[in-house]
Design a protein around this ligand. Structure first.
Ligand code: AMP
Ligand code: ZN
Length: 466
């Protein structure tokens, strides 16, 4: 398995720190609103990487935080006249609902900043004691110049950063590049006691602390969107390596943006769609499939057309799986024939190709193509004269590949229309049984008008959308 490591800027073989185990940390959302489609990308991508690693036999310890102390949470709490905790609790729940909708496996642990305060304070103390941080008037800053590797992830250098910094309004800092570890209390904000007075932590420290507590000083994979490379991940490396005296993460993975009109989708730009509003018109599994249709490091454009195309692609897989399921029930009894055995052997190539793509920096776009090729092969070779066992074998292989991507092709998006159609078909069957041909034909015509094709086969009725 090879993956692109942002830290070394090249594709590397994946060698875990501990045999068969993966310690993986993914930066999670700030919970002040529903997550948007852009936020859904890291959810889906890193979940897929995790699933693939599990498929390969690794035990993955997967930690993703919720940032539940933040200016935006406090602002919303004040606007709604509730506590910051109320806002955070509400949107943690909603984010989990969305993640479940996207079929994201539950994390091993979802730590929250407010629940880790003693550990956060402890790490800041260590940084102060070791001379990597200093306090001025209740604010603790990380002294970036004291950490010689500062800039190694983003490729930036402190002198350039200093030269590029605006004339510093904040005279407290030794360097404009220094960043906040702890800030003093302001009225109307949540606060905790600390050796530097009442206050709350800066943003970056939480991930260094949570990774250490739940995974250890050195982890295998740290991941997030590419906007986090600088400053967030750069600062995490500085904090963790300065405090622990050990390398922080062996591999750094970053997903590209979801763009709208070639601009990053973000709340601050106002060009965002919440996942919840989109999911009202496009099923969650189509959204997941849309995200998987691109390579995770490439930007993807959000558009209705592309979503529809993803939906059509997923339908192709679902229709195939539906046909195969039908044959597993209605095909021939008895042993698999020699020809079928040969076809099963031949079908190994789809799985091999799928794995090759995933082994090459998780190329889900190519992996999806292998599934489409497999579907074509199944449509051609599994017919009503096939044995049940052959259909079962091909079906289980297609479903297995889909599941690695977190796609459940057997799960029908039984919208209300599908239920209605099946009820009508049952009614028609009843009419035919009673030899009421006029009634049966009437239902058939009604369905045809709605674009539903029904097929009477020796083994029962099948329907599809035109
Ligand atoms: P935030 O809540 O903004 O901190 O973002 C949570 C996660 O979503 C981070 O990993 C971000 O990098 C990622 N993210 C935010 N916007 C986008 C976007 N438009 N496309 C892809 N990832 C994004
Ligand atoms: Zn983080």
């Amino acid at each position: 398995m090879r993956l692109y490591n942002t830290l070394t800027r090249k594709k590397e073989d994946f060698v875990p720190l501990e045999e068969n185990k993966v310690k993986m940390y993914v930066c999670g959302p700030t919970v002040y609103d529903y997550i948007h489609i852009g936020n859904a990308r890291p959810y889906v991508i890193f979940d897929t990487i995790r699933r693939y690693m599990e498929y390969k036999g690794y035990e993955v310890n997967y930690v993703q935080n919720f940032t539940d102390v933040d200016d935006k949470i406090i602002k919303r709490a004040n606007e709604e006249n509730v506590s910051a905790k109320d806002i955070a609790d509400r949107f943690v729940k909603e984010a989990i609902k969305d993640a479940e909708g996207l079929n994201v496996e539950a994390a091993t642990k979802n730590p929250r900043v407010t629940e880790e305060m003693p550990h956060i304070i402890e790490m800041i103390q260590t940084l102060v004691q070791k001379g990597f941080a200093y306090e001025v008037n209740g604010t603790v800053y990380f002294d970036t110049k004291s950490f010689k590797d500062y800039g190694k992830l983003s490729g930036k250098n402190i002198d350039d950063l200093e030269a590029g910094a605006r004339i510093e309004v904040d005279k407290e800092k030794k360097s404009p590049v220094d960043f906040v570890l702890w800030k003093p209390f302001k009225p109307g904000e949540p606060k905790w006691d600390s050796p530097w007075g009442e206050g709350r932590p800066g943003w970056h420290i939480e991930c260094s602390v949570m990774a250490k507590i739940y995974l250890g000083d050195t982890i295998d994979i740290h991941a997030g969107g590419e906007d986090l490379i600088f400053p967030h991940h750069e600062n995490e490396i500085a904090q963790s390596e300065a405090a622990n005296g050990k390398p922080f993460s062996k591999y750094w993975l970053h997903n590209g943006f979801i763009n709208v009109d070639n601009e990053k989708m973000s709340k601050s730009k106002g060009n965002f769609f919440t996942l919840r509003e989109i999911a009202k018109v496009i099923p969650y599994d189509v959204i997941r499939f849309f995200i998987l249709n691109g390579h995770y490091r490439s930007p993807i454009n959000f558009s209705r057309d592309l979503m529809e195309a993803a939906g059509n692609g997923l339908d192709r897989i679902k229709n195939c799986v539906k046909d195969l399921s039908f044959i597993t029930l209605n095909g021939k009894d008895g042993d698999i024939t020699q020809d079928e055995k040969n076809l099963i052997d031949e079908a190994v190539k789809f799985k091999n190709k799928f794995e090759e793509s995933m082994d090459d920096d998780f190329n889900t776009a190519d992996a999806v193509s292998s599934i489409f090729d497999f579907v074509k092969f199944a449509n051609k070779n599994v017919t009503e004269s096939s044995t049940k066992l052959f259909a079962e074998s091909i079906l289980s292989k297609i479903v297995e590949l889909c599941r690695i991507l977190g796609v459940e092709p057997l799960k029908e998006n039984k919208d209300s229309e599908a239920e209605e159609i099946e009820a009508l078909i049952a009614e028609r069957q009843e009419a035919r049984k009673n030899k009421d041909w006029a009634a049966a034909d009437k239902i058939r015509d009604e369905l045809a008008e709605r674009g539903i094709v029904i097929e009477d086969t020796s083994a029962g009725v099948r329907w599809s959308r035109k």
